[in-house]
Design a protein around this ligand. Structure first.
Ligand SMILES: Nc1ncnc2c1ncn2[C@@H]1O[C@H](COP(=O)(O)OP(=O)(O)O)[C@@H](O)[C@H]1O
Ligand SMILES: [Mg+2]
Length: 342
């Protein structure tokens, strides 16, 4: 891991400290704020499955880090009153790892596989059959003595999550009955999340402070919670009980986070596109190398928000800096320069 691969303060990537925030994690659907359309649909599917006394159909969750995929998986299990088992694709190394979990699930369990785009092919094959037929083919022994035994599985719901839907094979995607896409949260929803978290953490903050904080949170609940805790620190050390607009303004500037939630690394990426590549288009690989990070980090964690906020456009020939990016970083945009007479 090189230096810039280290997740920053406004990164949606989960950091060890975030685990302390288990108390902030919504436990039931009613506590899950925002994403209204998604929630309404999920509520119907859950109610219908419960009425039929069946496990919920397999659920595929897609979205950038920090938007609530793991949270939703837990909520599904609780709303279904089912047991919850959680793993991550890289932890499933051998078919027997997967078989071990599947064969020991309580009936109707919710089995959550995070980062499902990283499944090994042999495990993915096994999962196809488990999802579709509720069975496993397990090979016992080796060489000519090897034989296949078919093992029936308890009925279960697979919840698979990924930040990169494009890397999940279509046979796997087609076996999920329910697909839920999480987008960045609207600012009113982020504000509601900040208020809820402030209530739980016993932090007092005024409306203006909440609005500023929401604007800097990149539409991402995990970032909002993290920034809220930092602002609580700044307020506390400044000897005040109330997080004000002033505290947030000073706090964000000390953290080098601007009003759009961009931190220094984001600005470096934009600057590279503008200065080194004439505003683009520049390919992801080239851009990743010149900003010292992996393509995966760039594509999963940096770009989605830069695109959503209108700083970068993706074109077939590569990434392009938008006029907003020029303006925000204090450059004269190329179009503007053309229009000027000198
Ligand atoms: N809709 C939501 N309402 C309130 N808090 C949320 C919501 N979604 C996520 N969070 C908060 O953000 C944190 C990160 O969510 P998480 O489910 O771990 O994201 P992901 O798995 O997509 O990376 C959670 O611990 C929770 O506190
Ligand atoms: Mg997660």
């Amino acid at each position: 891991m090189n230096q810039t691969d280290h997740p920053g303060l406004v990164s949606g990537i989960s950091q060890p400290e975030d685990e302390r925030d288990a108390i902030l994690r919504p436990r039931v659907l009613a506590e899950f704020l925002g994403q209204q359309a998604l929630k309404d649909n999920l509520a119907v599917f859950i109610q219908a499955a419960r009425q039929r006394n069946e496990p919920l159909d397999h659920v595929f969750l897609i979205g950038p880090p920090g938007l609530g995929k793991t949270t939703l998986a837990g909520i599904v299990s609780r709303e279904m009153e089912a047991e919850f088992k959680l793993t991550s694709a890289p932890a499933l190394e051998k078919p027997k790892d997967l078989a071990g979990v599947l064969t020991t699930l309580a009936p109707k369990s919710v089995f959550f596989i995070d980062e499902i785009h990283r499944l090994k092919p042999a495990i993915e094959e096994m999962l196809y059959m488990a999802m579709e037929d509720g069975e496993l083919d397990f090979i016992i022994g080796q060489g000519p003595a090897a034989r296949t035994v078919r093992i029936p599985l308890p009925p279960f719901t697979l919840v698979g999550a990924t930040t990169r839907a494009g890397m999940v094979s279509s046979p796997l995607i087609s076996r999920f009955g329910i697909t839920l896409r999480l987008g960045f949260y609207e600012s009113a929803d982020v504000m509601a999340i900040i208020r809820r978290s402030a209530g739980i953490l016993d932090v007092r903050l005024d409306e203006a402070a909440a609005a500023l904080l929401a604007a800097a949170s990149r539409g991402t609940p995990r970032v909002a919670n993290r920034l809220l805790r930092r602002m609580r620190d700044f307020a506390q050390v400044a000897g005040t009980q109330l997080v004000t607009r002033r505290i947030v303004q000073d706090g964000l500037s000390r953290l080098e986070i601007d009003q759009y939630g961009l931190e220094r690394h984001d600005r470096d990426v934009l600057t590279a596109i503008i200065e080194k590549y004439g505003g683009g288009p520049v390919g992801a690989e080239t851009l990743a190398v010149s900003t010292g990070e992996s393509v995966e980090t760039l594509e999963d964690y940096v770009e989605p928000y830069l695109m959503q906020a209108g700083f970068v456009m993706r074109t077939p020939r590569g990434r392009v800096a938008t006029p907003l990016a020029y303006q925000h970083l204090g450059y004269r945009s190329p179009n503007e320069a053309e229009r000027l007479p000198f």
